[in-house]
Design a protein around this ligand. Sequence first.
Ligand code: ADP
Ligand code: ZN
Length: 433
Amino acid sequence: MLFNIPMETLPREEIEALQLRRLQDLCARVYANVPFYRKRFNDIGITPGDIKRLDDVKLLPFTEKQDMRNNYPFGLFCAPRENIVRLHASSGTTGKATVVGYTARDLQHWAECGARSLCCAGVTPRDIVHVAYGYGLFTGGLGAHYAAERLGATVIPASGGATRRQVQLMRDFGANVLCCTPSYALHLWEAGQEVGIDFRELPLRVGVFGAEPWTEEMRRDIEQKMGIQAMNIYGLSEVMGPGVAMDCLESKTGMHLWEDFFLPEIIDPVTGESLPEGEVGELVLTTLTKEGIPLIRYRTRDLTTLDYTPCACGRTHVRIGRLRGRSDDMLIIRGVNVFPQQIEGLILEAEGLSPNYQIIVDRVDNLDTIEVQVEMNETLFSDEIRKLQALEARLRKNIKEFLGVSAKITLLSPRSIERSEGKAKRIIDKRPK
Ligand code: ADP
Ligand code: ZN
């Protein structure tokens, strides 16, 4: 089922024509109303009238997270303060929080993107949607909430926390859909085990998981444990919140990015040059309709690909590949680039290990060291020590072989890594800055 058939199946030429009109309008709006952008445009000698073709977006300056911080809190707002009806702030995973403001129309568009995204996962107005993303300044909770309401589903605004009770509510209310981070989904599953609730016996059918990096291996693990379809949703508060892009049931190989609202580009994160379709690079997004805080060529730091090939679901909007990690999350260990997701993939391939892990990076005698702490699952835990050693050795060997770094492996007893109610903390970097 599609939420907005005409828009979601708009032919490519029409999408591009719409994007160009909206881009021109956006440039005129920010030039007139945001001194930061007017100065940026003037500095490089460009006026809104110079945008004649869609490709001219490349003439425009980038906007970075630091620009939002420098203009904290409301400096980049484009609408008068009295027209702003909601504020959110990013969780500040990588530094000081950034503030975003929405007009009433922005919130309508966000709910539309969210409702389309839920439809992509097969959610219908008859479903009961349990939202366990945190409610508050973080966009996850309210984003999923208004998306489900816009679709006409029944929403349970559980937020994060009180995990065992949440599992009981899911059972009692008969939730069909679970929205939360993938790590919290696993935490809920564990809590279910503790109180004797088997997710596979619940009416739960689909999970809408995002807000943190996760792997295909993690998807399979969750699907198997919970007996559901685990779908990937992408969003970021600077650009809007959850629902910027979403997996569809038909393909599950990429997330449709709503191109009537966002204009995507992929660039080389080092040189800033545009990359051809299919190459991995940094996702850059221009918000085409936003009024509160529109952004021109926002550098997301998220690494992915763009795929314009037609999708079996009939939607014409481009698909972005599973996020390869944030350029800021990349660890450089003795010169080798390592993403936590690569380690997660290797952990989940190893039998007997759980998806609960932490990566501890340190520097000893001027040499980077990396330790992977990973919990064994219950079955393995009760097994013999010899097997444990073999398992440690295998994971160490695989990390060495695939990633080229020597890591110390520490197997922990089940439930010894602290669970997060939102985004999981995967990396502890103790190296001096
Ligand atoms: P913060 O920047 O403080 O973490 P947000 O809560 O807005 O603020 O987080 C947005 C970021 O979360 C994205 O830029 C991306 O790195 C990550 N993210 C969101 N959804 C996904 C997803 N489905 N897969 C991987 N990473 C994601
Ligand atoms: Zn599709």
